[in-house]
Design a protein around this ligand. Structure first.
Ligand code: TXA
Ligand code: MG
Length: 326
């Protein structure tokens, strides 16, 4: 990362252009959050419907009150603990905030990202940068600069390359604008971790949500274009044993190794992608792995279901969505 690279990015943002930049979660497609025309470019570059609000990235906790009002103490407590980091807070918005940014809602999503390049950019820009994930609408979020290029090509004025993303899944989205805190999108910061800070029960969107406000509810959100299925280990093995030529070639993405249980004639017609057995490392590599498999002209991608444990919740959420079950 050089000073002139960051300065170039700031100049582009100031003139209404689009800059893709790394965050610790996924790459974002950034624009000046106060510039309506620039925000319109984000929606057209992504092919994203206008009823999906954008989140705003800020460089300092003090900037929260530029964008949000009636900020509850809970927001400051969480920001102290988890920012910079993969947590987006939904708060009541300031009146001046553009409707295009919030999709006409009275709330706004705010986050302070941790990646040093994102921080340098935000510091140099000095205001909020609106940034959805830098992918085409419904595609898998990019976790490398190359993946951004595949997704957006010439539609973005500059891609800042900050290497592979450390977290690999989108931030946890926590709505603090209602009576009780509600997780709208699970991420690697879990409900339990948030509850520890708030000393209050946190609800999840599955118990309380209205479809217009819950992120990623669109059918086939975060999905590869290859037909993708999610199965428990035993079901997966049973399917593979009966796989027909029309199912091949196929890929298996699995965190436990049962490849030797397969009949030998199949061992060579199946592409095995062994995934890490802990949630953090699995999350970091998931989108990269799915993207790689999606580029291989396979008939199917079969995914082994992950453990039913809270540390896996965000991974499970994305796998369910990738397999079109969301
Ligand atoms: O990790 C992340 O959050 C990444 C990086 C780039 O920061 N960004 C990201 O943005 O995932 P996006 O736009 O792909 O997902 C943000 C989600 C959207 O599904 C949107 O509907 C939801 O946040 N959202 C934004 N503002 C909201 C609001 N006021 N109320 C409810 N949901 C909101
Ligand atoms: Mg997205």
């Amino acid at each position: 990362m050089t000073k002139s690279e960051i300065q170039l990015a700031v100049n582009i943002l100031q003139s209404g252009g689009l800059v893709a930049f790394p965050t610790e979660t996924v790459y974002g497609l950034g624009a000046d959050a106060r510039n309506e025309a620039a925000l319109a470019h984000i929606f057209s570059a992504k092919g994203r419907p206008k009823d999906h609000p954008l989140i705003v990235h800020i460089g300092e906790i003090e900037q929260l009150s530029d964008w949000a009002r009636e900020i509850p103490d809970a927001a400051f407590s969480l920001a102290q603990v988890f920012w910079p980091g993969p947590l987006t807070l939904i708060l009541k918005k300031q009146d001046w905030v553009l409707d295009l940014l919030t999709a006409g809602q009275t709330t706004i999503g705010l986050r302070m990202p941790k990646h040093p390049m994102a921080q340098a950019l935000l510091k140099a820009f000095g205001s909020g940068i609106a940034a959805p994930s830098a992918n085409q609408f419904t595609h898998i979020s990019p976790t490398s600069a190359l993946a951004v290029k595949e997704e957006l090509g010439e539609k973005v004025d500059l891609i800042l390359d900050g290497g592979a993303c450390e977290v690999g899944l989108e931030s946890t989205i926590l709505d603090l604008s209602r009576e009780h805190p509600i997780i709208l999108r699970p991420g690697m910061i879990t409900a339990a971790e948030i509850e520890t800070v708030l000393e209050e029960k946190v609800l999840s969107k599955d118990t309380h949500f209205s479809p217009t406000r819950a992120p990623g509810r669109h059918h086939l959100h975060y999905a590869p274009s290859t037909p993708t299925e999610l199965l428990a280990s035993a079901e997966l093995l049973a399917f593979l044993k009966l796989a027909e030529p029309a199912d091949l070639p196929l890929a298996v993405l699995a965190h436990s190794d049962f490849s030797e249980k397969l009949p030998s004639h199949l061992q060579h017609s199946i592409l095995w992608k062994n995934m890490p057995s802990n949630a953090k490392d699995y999350a970091r590599t998931l989108y990269h792995s799915l993207r790689m498999l999606d580029n291989q002209q396979l008939k199917r991608i079969m995914i082994e279901a992950v453990p039913e444990h809270t540390t896996w919740e965000a991974v499970k959420d994305r796998l369910v969505k990738a397999s079109g079950r969301g």
